[in-house]
Write a protein that binds this ligand. Structure first.
Ligand code: FES
Ligand code: FES
Length: 151
């Protein structure tokens, strides 16, 4: 099975039912995508598939053959740069465990919507749980990134 992974054509000889999360982490060593709940409930495993945020823990590889997957290791472009910069500037992470999922989900949001409202942010990020309660800094960083992208 072939996917495009972080811009590279990638052939995978694995069980078609295997979740993308375990292919990324165990087979390919891309451990920036985290395992939290394994049930599509926490967002720690969020990656982009054709630009849309998906939960890698509940995505069988057979369901995304031929599609483009971007993980935290492969995010690129203006939006990704600005998001990573604001995350650093506002010192968003605490333990960091949820943050790759938060960043990937934010990149997807800002790629689709350069002026997100509070409700837009809630809709986009409410499925990304942070046990360290960094939500206020995440929200501030999303707004800051949107402002910089507008400028
Ligand atoms: S590990 Fe996938 S949503 Fe929690
Ligand atoms: S920074 Fe620790 S879980 Fe979010």
């Amino acid at each position: 099975m072939r996917i495009t992974l972080n811009g590279q054509a990638t052939d995978l000889d694995v069980d078609p039912a295997k979740p993308l999360l375990w292919i990324l982490r165990d087979d390919l060593g891309l451990v920036g995508t985290k395992y939290g709940c394994g049930q599509a409930l926490c967002g720690a495993c969020t990656v982009l598939v054709d630009g849309q945020p998906v939960r890698a823990c509940q995505t069988a590889i057979a369901d995304i053959v031929g599609r483009s997957v971007v993980t935290i290791e492969g995010v690129s472009g203006k939006v990704a740069e600005v998001v990573q910069m604001t995350w650093t500037k506002l010192d968003v992470p605490q333990c960091g465990y949820c943050q790759s999922g938060q960043v990937v989900a934010t990149i997807a949001l800002l790629n689709a919507n350069r002026k997100p409202t509070e409700n837009d942010i809630n809709d986009a990020l409410s499925g990304n749980i942070c046990r360290c309660n960094t939500y206020h800094r995440i929200r501030a960083a999303v707004h800051e990134a949107a402002k910089l992208l507008e400028a």
